[in-house]
Design a protein around this ligand. Structure first.
Ligand SMILES: [Zn+2]
Length: 186
């Protein structure tokens, strides 16, 4: 019966090509306990038909999106207990990459520029972090408030990332976010 064919596709967490199996298994075992919030987001994303690869990324960026169904996470930045990359920041990176996927899936965005794509991904990460904050988990939005202006300041002038961030950080939406969550209160 055709009626029963409709169901949601699910992706999975995957090991990148040439990424050592032992290391991959250790990450899955240790990191899911260490960063439950991050892996909650990964779980949501894989349920929405995205494969999340744990792998090497040559240029050192924390994440990368390909097409409509594939996100790669750099094992280095994601799976190291580090002061510079606390869990909230990793959540933000993951949401940014997922924002790229959602943007790519919209057929109307086929001819969008790289700046449009980055703008959408950054804004998506802020919106989702605001929702998390409104539900009591404030670390991601506080990481964004700290790091987006820094990234704009130190990023390459005229690059898609920088143009997108410049636009975003001038919007009322962003200024309201800082007003609400940028104080010293936790
Ligand atoms: Zn991006």
């Amino acid at each position: 019966m055709l009626l029963f064919i409709s169901f949601a596709y699910a992706g999975a967490i995957q090991r990148g090509i040439n990424f050592p199996e032992k290391q991959y298994n250790k990450i899955l075992l240790d990191n899911q306990k260490l960063y439950p919030r991050l892996w909650g987001i990964v779980d949501e994303i894989t349920r929405n038909d995205v494969d999340v690869y744990i792998t090497h990324i040559k240029n050192g960026s924390p994440g990368r999106t390909r097409g409509n169904h594939s996100i790669s996470m750099n094992y280095k930045t994601f799976f190291r207990a580090s002061k510079n990359y606390p869990e909230g920041r990793l959540v933000v990176v993951m949401l940014h990459e997922y924002g790229h996927i959602l943007f790519n899936r919209n057929k109307n965005n086929k001819d969008a520029t790289r700046t449009d794509r980055e703008y959408y991904a950054f804004k998506y990460s802020v919106k989702r972090s605001l929702t998390l904050a409104n539900n009591g988990y404030r670390e991601p939005i506080r990481q964004l408030i700290r790091h987006l202006p820094l990234r704009l300041k130190h990023g390459k002038k005229g690059s898609p990332h920088n143009i997108a961030l410049k636009k975003l950080t001038q919007e009322d939406f962003w200024l309201d976010t800082i007003k609400q969550y940028g104080g010293t209160h936790r």
